[in-house]
Design a protein around this ligand. Structure first.
Ligand SMILES: *Cc1c(COP(=O)(O)O)cnc(C)c1O
Length: 423
């Protein structure tokens, strides 16, 4: 089953590939060539591994969530603690790997684009460490929403360029980053933050993130004496999920990806691109009553350099997605996930905002861990599934990041709930 590499054109079955302006093809060719050389290069691998250990804080621990498991009364739940990686999430694995690649390719300048700011912070961090110039494009609406991350990037020495065109959010920032790359490709490396974009980016990101699954596999064997029965991870672009799944693709382990169910699939206000046409999907606790239903469909399309599943409205326009967690709020998804779904190797489901918020509070109180809202979607799925599973079964959840960044969102949601009770 293990697919070491996609075919030479970067296809995962019918998905992936390279759909970029002609002017960028040579840059992607250079990147493929450099990457193919460096992935076999012992000194590159040694440098990356050394930084993962001495800077990122790897291996991250595997924690048995005893009180949560007791509380649910079913499967034992283990957490892979990417929240304990430097900068508070798994994103640093990929940002650091690509920054190292940029440096080895002789590029002095790095660009990135960011929505919530998490990938921007990880990239600014890696560039500060390696002495690379860093420019991060960000929609001005996102800059206002994510002010602390803008400050972090600036403290780390990055230049944050506000993007005022279009919807002033992530997809406009992506367009600006591409424009910059076309102009400055001779000395500039573009770091993409998830397992998406044109080939070879999904492959590169997966390989840098697959350290999560390799560690977790060895830790499960050492701590529990066996592999887990199921692994659950949230899916935004898909990097933390493919990162933990990849080492287990050939094992008899059920793999489950959890997308953002937002206000509920029926409302059209969500970011479920893979779970949406799954007839078994039932979203519990969806607040569909007073919000207008919109028809949003996931269709195969070409989006941001790749062929993948994209959320579109009735006119075929890219749909506006919604999630309480910015990191899952994206219309496209990494192409390898669509392929793994078609192969029925990975199942995809969705958790609503409400379910994720509840899971957030549960993990805080029962385990003393404040999870990212993205990761809370994976916890929500574990909470839903664990009670029905035997006590000797094991569920492994990828805790992709910590929730300090989400406190404002959680406080506001909490107030809304209280207000609801009073009126
Ligand atoms: C960005 C982010 C995600 C979503 O991105 P993936 O590429 O799907 O992993 C999930 N969790 C956290 C904590 C994030 O910061």
């Amino acid at each position: 089953m293990t697919q070491q590499l996609p075919d030479p054109s970067g296809k995962y079955g019918p998905y992936g590939g390279r759909y970029v302006p002609e002017t960028l093809m040579p840059a992607l060719d250079d990147l493929i060539e450099a990457y193919e050389e460096l992935r076999e290069d012992a000194s590159f691998r040694a440098e990356f591994e050394h930084l993962l250990q001495t800077y990122v804080g790897r291996p991250t621990p595997l924690t048995c969530a005893r009180r949560l498991s007791e509380h649910l009364g079913g499967a034992q739940i283990y957490l892979k603690r990417e929240d304990l990686a430097h900068t508070g999430a798994h994103k640093i694995n990929n940002a650091l790997g690509q920054a190292l690649l940029a440096k080895r390719m002789g590029k002095r300048r790095v660009i990135a684009e960011t929505g919530a700011g998490q990938h921007g912070v990880a990239t600014a961090t890696a560039c500060a460490l390696l002495g690379l110039q860093c420019v991060v494009y960000m929609g001005t609406i996102d800059m206002a929403r994510q002010q602390p991350n803008v400050e972090r990037m600036r403290l780390l020495g990055a230049e944050v360029r506000g993007v005022d065109s279009g919807t002033k959010t992530l997809k406009d920032a992506v367009n600006e980053a591409i424009r910059d790359w076309v102009t400055n490709v001779h000395d500039t490396y573009y770091i993409i933050g998830s397992a998406l974009g044109p080939h070879p980016y999904p492959l590169i990101c997966r390989e840098f993130q697959s350290v999560i699954g390799r560690e977790a596999r060895a830790q499960m064997l050492a701590q529990a004496g066996r592999l887990p029965d199921e692994i659950i991870a949230c899916v935004g672009g898909g990097s933390n999920a493919i990162g933990i799944f990849y080492a287990f693709l050939d094992d008899p382990v059920r793999l489950v990806g959890v997308e953002a169910g937002g206000y509920g699939i029926d409302t059209g206000k969500h970011a479920a691109r893979l779970a949406i046409d799954d007839s078994r999907l039932t979203i519990e606790g969806a607040a569909i009553d007073n919000r207008q239903s919109t028809i949003v469909n996931a269709r195969i399309g070409v989006f941001q350099g790749m062929r993948t599943m994209v959320l579109q409205n009735e006119d075929g326009q890219i749909a506006e997605t919604h999630s309480v967690s910015a990191g899952l709020d994206y219309a496209g998804v990494g192409p390898e996930h669509v392929y793994l779904r078609d192969l029925k190797r990975v199942e995809y489901t969705a958790a609503t905002d409400d379910a994720a918020l509840e899971a957030f509070h549960t993990l805080c109180r029962l385990e003393g861990i404040i999870p990212a809202l993205e990761s809370s979607h994976a916890i929500a799925e574990a909470i839903r599934r664990a009670p029905a599973l035997p006590r000797d079964s094991i569920l492994l959840v990828n805790l992709s990041g910590r929730g300090d960044k989400d406190l404002n969102t959680v406080m506001k949601a909490g107030l809304k709930v209280e207000h609801g009770h009073c009126s």
